[in-house]
Design a protein around this ligand. Structure first.
Ligand SMILES: [Ca+2]
Ligand SMILES: [Ca+2]
Ligand SMILES: [Ca+2]
Length: 237
């Protein structure tokens, strides 16, 4: 066979794949809704979580300024200071909408403090989890609705420090007392054609434990008080 014909036979499938690549497979990636009667769950050293993903009614709605109608509801029950992870797997096959990023609103996510400790706050991170269960922060194309940042994330209690980055959302400088629940809302962007899993991690920030030096001072103070009481008793006898 002349080499020119061989080259053409090779070229035709390449052209077909290229056409599908630009027109047929680029869709707004969406997160499949939780099947009726079931729920998604979160796990980790911090406790457990449950939640629901509702049907994506507005695929490809990036730069949603009002809250996105694509809703995810989550409930995090922290029994220890440690992370709880939810893993989501977007699907880019079922959408016929425009090729664009899809925004999701985590609406009034519930963060329960059942750790017995007062927290200064908590943070959320986006990343991925590898086959051995190790979390890699930042290792995903999903972001916390940046650069638009609107609507701004909200919380049911006040925090003096709030940080909104691509892959990290931190609420700090507050007081989350034991047995309380904080309601938080924020958005994420799931980019075009993403079909690999991503992880949303939440971790409480506990009030720092007293330093050994201050414990020593406290111990000396108590011992000093005991000596003073003994002195007073002696003086009165
Ligand atoms: Ca966005
Ligand atoms: Ca974005
Ligand atoms: Ca937005």
């Amino acid at each position: 066979m002349p080499s020119i014909i061989k080259a053409r036979m090779f070229a035709i499938p390449v052209v077909v794949i290229a056409a599908i690549g630009t027109a047929g497979t680029l869709h707004a990636a969406t997160i499949p809704a939780t099947p009726p009667g079931s729920q998604i769950s979160g796990t980790g050293a911090g406790g457990t979580g449950i939640g629901f993903v509702f049907a994506t009614t507005a695929p490809g709605n990036d730069n949603s300024i009002l809250g996105s109608p694509n809703l995810i509801s989550l409930n995090w029950a922290f029994t220890a200071i440690g992370p709880i992870d939810f893993v989501f797997t977007p699907d880019n096959a079922g959408d016929t909408g425009p090729s664009n990023t899809t925004e999701y609103l985590f609406n009034n996510v519930e963060v329960h403090n059942m750790t017995g400790l007062t927290w200064t706050g908590f943070q959320f991170q986006l990343g991925s989890t590898d086959d051995t269960g190790v979390f890699h922060p930042g290792s995903t194309l999903v972001d916390f609705d940046t650069p638009g940042n609107d609507p701004s994330p909200t919380s049911s209690i006040g925090f003096s420090s709030f940080s909104h980055l691509d892959k990290t959302l931190a609420f700090l400088g507050g007081s989350v007392v034991p047995s309380s629940t904080v309601f938080v809302s924020f958005s994420i962007d799931v980019p075009d054609s993403l079909d690999s899993p991503f992880t949303l991690r939440a971790t409480p920030a506990a009030t720092p434990a007293p330093e050994p030096a201050s414990l020593l001072m406290l111990g000396l103070g108590l011992a000093g008080g005991g000596a003073w009481r003994r002195y007073l008793r002696g003086a009165l006898d």
